[in-house]
Unconditional design. Structure first.
Length: 636
């Protein structure tokens, strides 16, 4: 019916036609008038399509004779694989199978702590088309894995000898780096976890010279690929993981080799939020503590029965929790204060026990910088030595130190949530936390509406967009949270859009985390609420930046130490109008149908806001020098 993915009209018609709740004619009339009311503002084509769906449903209804006994020979595959751990077999699988109500309370964790890394056992298998990788054409840039919302694309490099025993059809290519003739590269898809969103295909920069629709990764019917890809995946998982010390964290190309510790979430296909969350997990996940505001990210992040947050092969992963919608920033600040207390205690005990720990590099542990991955790794090695030494010591101080010793490795505190939280309901708390000067990292997944509850307007909703509570288009502009935070002078602030500049997104995450003070990242996140084909999410991000609506910025207070302007504008002057970006999105376009004059007025106003803002940003970026002495902001 041309309404891909939408079944409500068809199912509703079927139900009323069969159930006799209302006389059939009357029910159909009511359904049609509801369609006009609900979809009228989306335009006559949408109404027409729904009307046709009603008529076609009625003309295709036929009775299915149900035999007395099931005769099919097809067996249900087990809910989870046989290798799944006990808890997954005995608890998670029952819930997944819709039999959670049969579980006795005694089977559930009594303190609410759930095992992580369980989405991998839930093979949703929802895609009809999945990507097929072409090893010959691929330039190994890593872009596809970087944008995949479901962490479905993984890459590894390995010595060619590991290919011994590879199943037939296993894909591999020599690594595209000079001086490593024996090293091979594989990009592997998890076929049953892919949602078929096509973002990997869209982002791939390689096109065939004969046909620009053919890329180095192409969407193909799953049925033709599934058996082969499952075999390949099985082999791929046994290839050694790449050593983080040998990976270049500063490039998208390098990040593809980092294990995601957030995978296969149940977010919508093509979700714009999850790639940022996955990136966070790849970069800092093994020492992250995450406070998550209520919203989509708390639902796909902490859903029952399965959990996408997971741990690495060393058994390390993020600790994650959701408190409330309104207190998330404070909740995360609590994590910081706790970690600081634990660290202070560990440092005090270590100093006191110093003489009893010969061979332990106590001074190095106490003074380690811990900004880069290799510094963190060295600190972990020192702490591991310390633990061994502590085990052979007796006494209360040694056992106390043992209980907090892991805090000597720098914790990475993240406060994550949507715009409804950050701009509205949690705004007071967020402001308080940013003003605290404490070392926390805030990630705002900005979908510009309350996505999880169906698209209500927030203070992040842009002028001119239609949302719930803004049916005639939002008449006032989006709050500039970046400028608010910048006004403190000691907050690291970045505005990013992965689809426009993945490298800038990566840089912002790394700078934010390394900055020893509060950091705020505002991440453009396309969402089903925007009314776009989700495979065009990254293109829309790019247009948002090109139009000057979403300027990419970084404000790094640390630059003042080098007498540099802390404000950097990472995107070029607007090259297209706001309208060229906005008209691709139903949230703006629908106003053209319902309030055409208002549409024109708001579009003109929105353009003015873009022009005005751009001037301000350009002016800020053109300043030379530090502008203020670092001490003025308590940086030392
Ligand atoms: C105090 C409070 N008000 C309302 C809600 C209901 N609620 C849950 S999620 C949500 C929307 C979250 O929107 P946003 O923060 O933008 O995150 P997104 O879903 O867009 O990722 C709302 C309103 C709540 N949980 N608590
Ligand atoms: S189609 Fe979407 S979910 Fe599947 S691999 Fe590509 S980006 Fe990931
Ligand atoms: S985006 Fe294309 S070229 Fe880049 S790694 Fe993926 S398949 Fe290869
Ligand atoms: S509603 Fe939007 S933000 Fe939420 S999971 Fe879906 S696409 Fe992502």
């Amino acid at each position: 019916m041309g309404m891909a993915g939408r079944t409500n009209t068809i199912l509703q018609t079927g139900f009323f036609a069969l159930s006799g709740v209302l006389p059939r004619e009357q029910a159909i009339e009511k359904i049609k008038s509801a369609i006009e009311k609900t979809y009228g503002k989306k335009g006559p084509e949408v109404v027409e399509k729904n009307f046709r769906a009603v008529d076609e449903t009625l003309s295709h209804l036929y009775q299915v004779k149900v035999p007395d006994k099931a005769t099919s020979q097809i067996l249900h595959s087990p809910v989870v694989a046989a290798e799944a751990p006990d808890f997954v077999q005995n608890v998670t699988a029952l819930m997944m199978d819709g039999r959670g109500d049969q579980l006795p309370v005694s089977k559930l964790p009594c303190d609410g702590t759930y095992p992580t890394g369980t989405t991998k056992w839930e093979k949703r298998d929802i895609a009809q088309v999945i990507p097929e990788w072409d090893p010959q054409a691929c330039i190994q840039c890593g872009n596809c894995g970087f944008v995949c919302p479901h962490s479905v694309i993984r890459a590894k490099f390995y010595h060619q000898s590991h290919l011994k025993g590879a199943p037939e059809g296993f894909r591999s290519a020599p690594i595209s780096a000079r001086g490593f003739p024996e090293i091979q590269y594989t990009l592997q898809i998890y076929p049953e976890d892919c949602t078929g969103c096509e973002l990997c295909y869209e982002v791939c920069p390689v096109s065939s010279p004969n046909d620009d629709k053919v890329k180095a990764i192409n969407m193909r019917p799953k049925d033709n690929l599934l058996a082969q890809e499952k075999k390949s995946l099985n082999f791929f998982e046994k290839l050694p993981l790449n050593d983080r010390a040998r990976v270049d964290f500063s490039a998208v190309r390098g990040v593809q080799f980092l294990e995601p510790l957030f995978e296969f979430s149940g977010a919508c296909s093509g979700c714009g939020e999850t790639p940022y969350v996955r990136l966070l997990s790849q970069l800092f996940g093994d020492r992250a503590i995450i406070a998550n505001a209520t919203g989509c990210s708390s639902i796909y992040g902490g859903n029952l029965p399965t959990t996408p947050w997971t741990k690495n092969s060393d058994g390390r992963g993020p600790a994650w929790s959701n408190s409330l919608f309104e207190d998330n920033a404070e909740f995360g600040l609590g994590f910081r204060l706790t970690a600081d207390q634990h660290l202070a205690l560990a440092r005090r005990l270590l100093t006191e026990l110093c003489d009893e720990l010969p061979g332990v590099p106590v001074n190095e542990i106490l003074n380690a910088e811990q900004l880069t991955e290799s510094q963190i790794r060295q600190q972990r090695e020192r702490v591991a030595k310390l633990k061994v030494a502590l085990l052979s010591l007796s006494g209360e101080r040694a056992s106390s130190l043992l209980s907090v010793v892991d805090h000597l490795v720098r914790r990475s505190i993240w406060i994550v949530g949507g715009d409804g939280w950050a701009y509205d309901i949690g705004s007071g708390g967020l402001d308080h936390v940013l003003a605290s000067g404490r070392d926390v990292n805030v990630l705002v997944l900005d979908t510009e509406v309350y996505s999880n509850t169906g698209g209500q307007s927030s203070k992040a909703t842009p002028l001119g967009a239609v949302a719930k509570f803004a049916a005639a288009g939002k008449p006032i502009g989006k709050k500039d949270l970046a400028l608010q935070a910048i006004s403190y002078g000691n907050v690291y602030v970045a505005r990013i859009a992965m689809g426009a500049n993945p490298q800038q997104s990566l840089l912002a995450f790394r700078e934010a985390e390394a900055y020893r003070g509060p950091s705020l990242i505002l991440a453009y996140s396309n969402c089903i609420a925007h009314g776009i084909p989700m495979n065009k999410g990254l293109t829309q991000q790019e247009l948002a930046v090109k139009s000057g609506y979403w300027p990419l910025i970084r404000y790094n207070p640390a630059l003042r130490r080098a007498d540099k302007n802390p404000f950097v504008l990472d995107s070029a002057r607007p090259r297209i109008s706001f309208r060229e970006y906005a008209e691709n999105e139903l949230r703006y376009r629908m106003l053209q149908q319902t309030h055409p004059e208002q549409f024109e007025t708001l579009q003109a106003m929105a353009q003015q806001i873009v022009n005005q803002k751009w001037k301000v940003y350009e002016e800020m970026a053109s300043q030379s020098g530090a502008q203020f002495h670092p001490d003025a902001f308590g940086l030392d």
